[in-house]
Design a protein around this ligand. Structure first.
Ligand SMILES: Cc1cc2nc3c(=O)[nH]c(=O)nc-3n(C[C@H](O)[C@H](O)[C@H](O)COP(=O)(O)O)c2cc1C
Length: 205
């Protein structure tokens, strides 16, 4: 007997669709987004609605659910930096998700160190092993309060002690991810699979 399925109709749910999407699109990497306001305040906030949008040119994206400081600053200045959120920084990452007012810098409030970026004004998080410096190349406003910000990666840095064979190594970086509700995760078991090519399969003649 098939398991009964529950139906969800986005048209009648409106914003109440959020817990469903948030719980099924998992695990999500977390972008620690730093921006500088036009008044010079260094803002820092985690965004788990985050992914790669393009390889050439290299573009990443984060989504602001609501009109927050990160979005406002990125739109006003055209710049942001994504730092990697790691296990040893999880408490600080969570604290930077607090709704501090715009004149408060989360770097100071949470006790994180600014590191100068090479290509953009917003600082990197010195404690994080990876930073992607980005210039805004577009935004997409879906009208209901969510705005996607696309940023071309114009410079990237990785701590040498998380590199193995010239590649960032996940066991050394130890990123954290976001799940549904207030759940977080660390990297679990890691396995490898070679990509299967069509030509290597046996085809019925
Ligand atoms: C792990 C984590 C992930 C989050 N992801 C997002 C997200 O993808 N989009 C969003 O708008 N808010 C997200 N938030 C909430 C924001 O970080 C929070 O609203 C923050 O105060 C926004 O700061 P800002 O106003 O300085 O931009 C997340 C919070 C946490 C702790």
């Amino acid at each position: 007997m098939a398991v009964p399925r529950r139906d969800y109709d986005p048209a009648s749910l409106g914003a109440a669709i959020y817990p469903l999407l948030n719980s099924v699109v998992v695990p999500r990497p977390i972008a620690w987004v730093s921006t500088r306001s036009v008044d010079g305040v260094d803002n820092l906030a985690p965004h788990s609605f985050f992914t790669i949008s393009s390889v050439v040119p290299p573009v990443v994206q984060f989504t602001s659910v609501g009109h927050k400081d990160s979005l406002r600053n990125a739109e006003a200045t055209g710049e942001f930096v994504v730092s990697l959120c790691t296990e040893d920084l999880i408490e600080q990452v969570n604290l930077t998700g607090t709704d501090y007012p715009p004149h408060v810098s989360e770097f100071d409030a949470v006790g994180l160190t600014r590191e100068d970026s090479k290509m953009v004004a917003p600082p990197r998080v010195a404690e994080s092993p990876v930073a992607l410096e980005c210039r805004v190349v577009g935004t997409k406003d879906f009208g209901g309060g969510s705005v996607v910000v696309f940023g071309e990666v114009v410079w990237a840095v990785v701590d040498e002690d998380v590199l193995a064979s010239d590649r960032p190594e996940i066991r050394l970086m130890r990123p954290v991810a976001r799940l549904g509700a207030d759940e977080w995760s660390t990297v679990g078991e890691i396995s490898e699979r070679k990509r299967v090519r069509y030509d290597s399969l046996e085809h019925p003649s």
